[in-house]
Design a protein around this ligand. Structure first.
Ligand SMILES: *[C@@H]1O[C@H](CO)[C@@H](O)[C@H](O)[C@H]1NC(C)=O
Ligand SMILES: *[C@@H]1O[C@H](CO)[C@@H](O)[C@H](O)[C@H]1NC(C)=O
Ligand SMILES: *[C@@H]1O[C@H](CO)[C@@H](O)[C@H](O)[C@H]1NC(C)=O
Ligand SMILES: *[C@@H]1O[C@H](CO)[C@@H](O)[C@H](O)[C@H]1NC(C)=O
Length: 366
């Protein structure tokens, strides 16, 4: 009697929790998502069994209140015991099924570093109003960034680096008013940067290196108060460097190397908050600004492979720190200033100029 009562209670509880956790529509969406993928070396999908997708399904978690699927977190490279035991990194093929767009409460979509996932980013993800994180780094995704991406008003992270995405930066992207981290590195994105890029007021990292971007660096970038890391390297950008970049409050890394940037180096960049500055491999001309002072603190200052001429300015001795310094492959001339920031540098930092002399190069002719 007691036994069957317990049995019925347990059964009822089971039904209630099954009702509460993972609605059948979410479960069906996950199963359709899985069906478009192939992961056999680790067998992570073997855990996707039974009705309650909120418990024990690898990489799936649900919201405690709504009991709807909130996170998909599948990383092909991780510290997770599954990977440690297998002694390998993940490999997955297949595509990202639009079925995930039926997970109406999805807040985080991470399908990262699986190396072999192909096909497009389903454009219907832009209809998931709760989405905060899209992290699809390290696959082989093709096609464009969904044109209506700007609808995702809660999106804080958009990381699609290391794929083969093409197309332009969607015009709606600058409507992402919560976006903090934008990483589009190493794709085939072309066209210009939106002139209203500065609308992304919450942005702290903008990484767009290794694409096919053309046109100018939009002046509006300097209005992004929180921007600390701007990487536009290895594109085909032209035009000049906006001097206002040197006036930004927290900008610490500015990588513009490997473009076709012309004009001169704005003096504001030299006594700014920037401590990693790479302008290598452009068409920058004129003098190195004589505006170093105690605010100048450079872990990296790489100005190599440009068309700089004149001397290395004397004021550089008043910089607080210059770590890695490279002005090789320019048209500089004259004596290399002596003093603390330069004592540790090797000749390779100065070679291939017109007539630089003094330590660590040959002594100057008197
Ligand atoms: C998964 O791989 C198997 C064997 O390699 C293949 O037959 C199947 O079509 C693949 N499925 C998907 C969804 O790619
Ligand atoms: C950006 O958002 C505004 C206001 O919601 C809207 O009017 C505009 O069409 C959006 N722009 C794009 C390109 O989607
Ligand atoms: C600066 O950029 C150039 C060109 O992309 C690259 O080769 C170099 O390693 C970078 N310098 C530093 C110090 O990272
Ligand atoms: C670089 O920019 C200049 C104009 O500043 C232009 O004439 C030239 O064609 C560009 N070179 C490349 C390789 O895009």
């Amino acid at each position: 009697m007691m036994g069957s009562f317990l049995y019925i209670t347990t059964l009822l509880l089971g039904i209630i929790s099954a009702v509460q956790c993972c609605p059948p529509s979410d479960r069906a969406a996950l199963l359709a998502f899985r069906a478009a993928l192939n992961e056999s070396s680790l067998g992570i999908f073997n855990t996707w069994q039974g009705y309650d997708c909120c418990h024990g399904w690898y990489g799936v978690s649900c919201d405690q209140l709504t009991h709807r699927v909130a996170d998909i977190n599948l990383r092909g490279e991780s510290e997770d015991p599954v990977f440690q035991k297998a002694h390998k990194t993940g490999y997955m093929t297949g595509t990202i099924s639009p079925a995930i767009c039926k997970l109406e409460r999805l807040s985080s979509l991470t399908i990262a570093d699986w190396k072999g996932i192909t096909g497009p980013i389903p454009s219907c993800v832009t209809s998931l109003p709760f989405l905060r994180i899209i992290d699809l780094i390290g696959n082989k995704l093709t096609g464009p960034i969904p044109s209506e991406i700007g609808r995702l008003s809660r999106l804080t992270v958009l990381n699609v680096a290391d794929n083969s995405l093409s197309g332009r930066i969607p015009r709606s992207l600058t409507n992402l008013s919560s976006l903090m981290h934008l990483d589009l590195r190493n794709n085939r994105i072309f066209g210009t940067l939106p002139t209203n890029f500065g609308k992304l007021r919450m942005l702290s990292r903008a990484l767009l290196s290794g694409n096919r971007l053309i046109g100018k660096i939009p002046y509006s970038i300097s209005y992004i108060y929180r921007l600390s890391d701007l990487d536009l390297s290895l594109n085909k950008l032209s035009g000049t460097i906006p001097p206002s970049l040197g006036k930004m409050h927290v900008l610490a890394t500015l990588n513009l190397d490997g473009n076709n940037i012309s004009g001169t180096i704005p003096p504001t960049l030299i006594n700014s908050r920037i401590n990693i500055l790479n302008l290598s491999k452009n068409s920058i001309e004129g003098y190195i600004p004589d505006s170093f002072d105690e605010r100048s603190y450079f872990m990296v200052m790489d100005l190599s492979y440009n068309k700089l001429r004149g001397k290395i300015p004397k004021s550089i001795s008043s910089a607080t720190f210059v770590g890695h310094f490279d002005v090789s492959h320019n048209h500089l001339c004259g004596q290399i200033p002596a003093g603390s920031p330069f004592d540790h540098l090797e000749a390779s930092s100065f070679t291939y100029n017109d007539c630089l002399c003094g330590k660590p190069l040959k002594p100057c002719q008197m």
